[in-house]
Ligand binder design. Structure first.
Ligand code: NAD
Ligand code: LMR
Length: 326
């Protein structure tokens, strides 16, 4: 058995919390050889429900779950955290865009970024799920000046998984045989799900599908608006698939992606014309606990336009929180 890993999860009493905690405790995040310590954060008014979740976690008698503790104080929940999954925040309802949540949620990520800065492990891996995820991750990163910027990431993995699944359905190629899909930019309808380099069982995906009009007119908006379609159908935002994507994101970051491309929101290094620090979705590979952006992807005019479009939106969101970060 390896050393136990301390995982902090915020919004633990919420619907994504309910879908993710049991999988983390079961070893789906860090492997069946790694015990976990769960530090769960939620608001004071959610502590009763959170205690019920903890009772259920205990009732599973997970062999890997070393301990689990609730808190309503980020400085307690993030103390010595190795991994922090920041979910807690308000979800959107029908008719809203994710950026409409900025007013309600931005402050949360300032407070939590500061707390991570002060009490978490220096190599803490932070994943922001709460929407608008990219800009919330940017706020947390900017509020934690003593931590390396690359510790902070935003979740594009749900979009990546959706992009792969829809390509599998259209092409008839199994999900496991699809590689090199990239989702660029913001976790919003402006995101760019790029299939130009994707392969299905080694063959170029654009050739397999052979339907550029479907790609441009149907697929791109179906991936981009999938979150809204789920809210419309369920009356609630995605939860199990979001939890699954968060697990995929952190697991690959920690344990490696075996050479496969995965889409992650990470602080830009200026590549692909994206200004430094913008929390931007890019294809990455992960190895030895580190992610590396895939460099040198050729950008045609269409792709440049799509990247600029989603970048413009992120820059607007960044401008909207500039005062908060002063
Ligand atoms: P939910 O309302 O079911 O749960 C949210 C939980 O967060 C609640 O228990 C609430 O008490 C708690 N919370 C609120 N403010 C908090 C704070 N300051 N500190 C700690 N906890 C706090 O919502 P949900 O369905 O679990 O969704 C959570 C967030 O995840 C939403 O913002 C949603 O839009 C987002 N989301 C993102 C993605 C993605 O792909 N990035 C996917 C799905 C959902
Ligand atoms: C999603 O993509 O399912 C989430 O971001 C929830 C939402 O608001 O769409």
């Amino acid at each position: 058995m390896k050393t136990p890993v301390r995982v902090a999860v915020t919004g633990a009493a919420g619907q994504i919390g309910y879908a993710i905690l049991f999988r983390i405790a079961n070893g789906d995040l860090l492997g069946k050889d790694t015990p976990v310590i769960l530090n769960l954060l939620d608001l004071p008014q959610a502590q009763k429900a959170l205690n019920g979740v903890i009772m259920e976690l205990n009732d599973c008698a997970f062999p890997l779950l070393q301990s689990v503790s609730p808190s309503d104080d980020p400085r307690v929940a993030f103390k010595d955290a190795d991994i922090a999954i920041l979910i807690g925040s308000r979800p959107r309802g029908p008719g809203m865009e994710r950026r409409d949540l900025l007013a309600a949620n931005a402050e949360i990520f300032k407070v939590q970024g500061k707390a991570l800065n002060d009490v978490a492990k220096r190599d803490v891996k932070v994943l922001v799920v709460g929407n608008p995820a990219n800009t919330n991750a940017y706020i947390a990163m900017k509020s934690a000046p003593d931590l390396p910027k690359e510790n902070f990431t935003a979740m594009l993995r749900l979009d990546h998984n959706r992009a792969v699944s829809m390509l599998a359905e259209k092409s008839g190629v199994a999900v496991k045989d699809i590689e090199k899909v990239a989702v660029w930019g913001n976790h919003s309808p402006t995101m760019y799900a790029d299939y130009r380099n994707a392969t299905g069982a080694g063959k170029p995906m654009p050739e397999i599908i052979n339907d550029e009009a479907w790609y441009k007119d149907t697929y791109l908006s179906a991936v981009g608006k999938r979150g809204a379609a789920i809210i419309e159908a369920r009356g609630l935002s995605s939860a199990a698939s979001a939890a699954n994507a968060a697990i995929d994101h952190v697991r690959d970051w920690v344990l490696g992606s075996n050479g496969r491309w995965v889409s992650m929101g990470i602080p830009s290094d200026g590549d692909y014309g994206v200004p430094e620090d913008v929390m931007f979705g890019v294809p990455c590979t992960c190895e030895n606990g580190k992610y590396t952006r895939v460099k040198g992807i050729e950008m045609d005019e269409f792709s440049k336009g799509r990247v600029q479009h989603t970048l413009n939106e992120l820059l607007e969101e960044q401008a909207a929180v500039a005062d908060l970060l002063k």
